[in-house]
Design a protein around this ligand. Structure first.
Ligand SMILES: Cc1cc2nc3c(=O)[nH]c(=O)nc-3n(C[C@H](O)[C@H](O)[C@H](O)COP(=O)(O)OP(=O)(O)OC[C@H]3O[C@@H](n4cnc5c(N)ncnc54)[C@H](O)[C@@H]3O)c2cc1C
Length: 481
């Protein structure tokens, strides 16, 4: 049986943040993820906002980790080469909304966040397309937008570059106390760990139950979204929220870190057994359109290229970030809903400090940097020429909408945490994320995956097991089984 100092369960933005922070220590660490990639749960399907920190109640863990995490984003995203832009945010209110804006302002000040109350003239200067009845706004200039799945993947890659291990498609199905630590059983193997971190998101309740640890009641709320084509960029410059209500921060309109526009989310309560389904509904999408019309009526819904949904998991009003009282060296990360993406880097550091203190781990002298990915659309003409001269695959465009080359796809497939599905390639290099949503490039990406992984086309998957795209022969030589 393999032995590890620490096993982290769950490859979302929180689990990979913990893993990356642990990789800074001299320790044998492993992350177990049941899906075919990291960033397939809530960390894939969210708004991608780096919240400034005025929304969370002062004194809560949400407020503490949000503000600390947000401050880490500029340097962290530079270090990990992740798309991030500090675009600022507005909470927009009509006549009569000023008291609510003032209350948010007070909370922001108490949480140590840079905030300002602004009126129509300044709002219009920031957002020329704002609805005519918006009179006041809370402006937080340091709010930002980030690619949530690229951050999760980069944290995973950086951890691997620094010696951590990640095993995908291994579902944890048992945990018990064993020899001063834990026996962690997956559907493929058994491991011993001196310390276990439960970062399984919506699945954290099952992990706790396997060990005999209790979990407060979890609540799940689905958020529906639209994504607009990059040609709609410019309709909004900052993250524009309505006034928050009892359901949350409301339906926003915002630029994404990758240059699209995002609309949503709703907040539809679903039972626990539907927490991982992540399907949009017609009613949910109608609510998004209604909410958007109240903020930026000029949004053109003909620019929609994609809809998706993500599910939040909450336990009470705050995050649970604590070591179990019942089980020594067992750490629980429960109910990490919004602002969990913003908080993740700070949570990762905090958990790694706790684990290292418990196991007396020594810090490494330095971490190895994560090499940047070559991106055709971001490179100069000279760099492109030099790259193609070294490797002609960077001269072959595969995804026309997003201008992704074969070389970039190969780099995703051979990443520190390799991409072995079409969606995993897409999340790393954007092949299939443009206007045609893979209509043109998907067969090419499938062929490249088939060649590089030495598997028949019929075994190439979109994502998790069972998602083979061409399992049956439809034409001679295509998808042969
Ligand atoms: C609609 C929506 C909008 C949001 N917007 C924002 C925002 O704008 N800004 C912000 O800061 N936050 C936002 N959030 C919150 C943020 O997305 C979450 O806090 C964060 O993604 C949680 O990360 P996680 O790693 O805890 O969970 P997840 O990403 O869900 O990861 C948990 C992982 O554990 C794995 N797992 C589960 N069970 C097992 C098992 N038995 N064995 C192995 N692996 C297992 C799952 O497959 C999954 O990959 C939003 C969330 C949603 C849903």
């Amino acid at each position: 049986m393999e032995r590890f100092d620490v096993i982290v369960i769950g490859g979302g933005v929180v689990g990979t943040a913990v893993l990356r922070s642990l990789a800074a220590y001299k320790a044998k660490v492993l992350l177990l993820e049941k899906s075919s990639d990291v960033a397939t749960g809530a960390s894939r399907a969210n708004s991608g906002i780096v919240h400034a920190g005025y929304d969370a109640e002062t004194g809560t863990k949400k407020a503490y980790f949000n503000v600390k995490g947000a401050a880490m984003f500029p340097s962290l995203t530079r270090e990990l080469h992740v798309p991030y832009r500090m675009v600022g945010s507005l909470v927009a209110a009509k006549e009569g909304g000023l008291p609510a804006i003032k209350a948010l302002y007070e909370r922001g000040v108490n949480n140590g966040v840079k905030v300002e109350i602004i009126e129509r003239e300044k709002i219009e200067a920031l957002e020329p397309n704002i609805a005519p009845d918006i009179k006041y706004a809370l402006y937080a200039p340091e709010a930002g937008v980030v690619s949530p799945y690229k951050l999760t993947i980069a944290q995973a890659d950086h951890a691997v570059v620094n010696g951590a291990e990640i095993r995908l498609e291994e579902k944890v199905v048992g945990i018990s106390e064993s020899a001063g630590g834990y026996l962690v059983v997956t559907d493929k193997a058994e491991y011993h760990a001196s310390y276990v971190v439960n970062a399984a998101g919506a699945g954290a309740v099952e992990i706790n139950a396997l060990l005999g640890e209790s979990t407060p009641e979890m609540k799940h709320a689905v958020g529906d979204y639209y994504i607009l084509d990059s040609k709609a960029a410019g309709v909004v410059n900052t993250v524009v929220f309505p006034l928050p209500d009892e359901k949350g921060k409301g339906i926003l309109v915002a630029p994404t870190a990758d240059g699209n526009v995002i609309l949503g989310p709703t907040s539809r309560v679903v039972p626990h057994d539907e927490a991982e389904i992540n399907a949009v509904t017609r009613e949910g999408l109608a609510l998004v359109r209604e909410g958007v019309g109240k903020l930026i009526p000029k949004v053109d819904m003909r620019s929609v290229i994609r809809v998706y949904a993500g599910t939040r998991t909450a336990v009470g009003g705050d995050f649970i970030i604590e070591e179990s009282c019942k089980f020594k060296n067992y750490f629980m990360l429960l109910g990490i809903c919004s602002p969990g993406l913003t908080s993740a880097p700070a949570i990762g550091e905090y958990v790694a400090e706790k684990v290292s203190a418990a196991l007396h781990l020594q810090k490494k002298e330095a971490m190895r940097p994560l090499p940047p990915r070559f991106r055709l659309t971001e490179a100069s003409d000279e760099d492109i020429k030099a790259k193609i001269a070294l490797d002609p695959s960077y001269g072959r465009i595969v995804c026309r909408c997003e201008k992704v080359t074969e070389g970039e796809i190969l780099s995703a497939i051979h990443s520190p945490l390799p991409a072995h599905t079409v969606d995993a390639v897409k999340r790393r290099v954007r092949a299939g994320m443009g206007r045609c949503q893979g209509g043109f490039c998907r067969p090419r990406v499938m062929e490249i995956l088939s060649r590089e992984l030495s598997i028949p086309l019929s075994e190439v998957r979109l994502g998790d097991k069972g998602s083979e795209i061409a399992p049956y022969e439809v034409k001679d030589g295509y998808g042969k089984i």
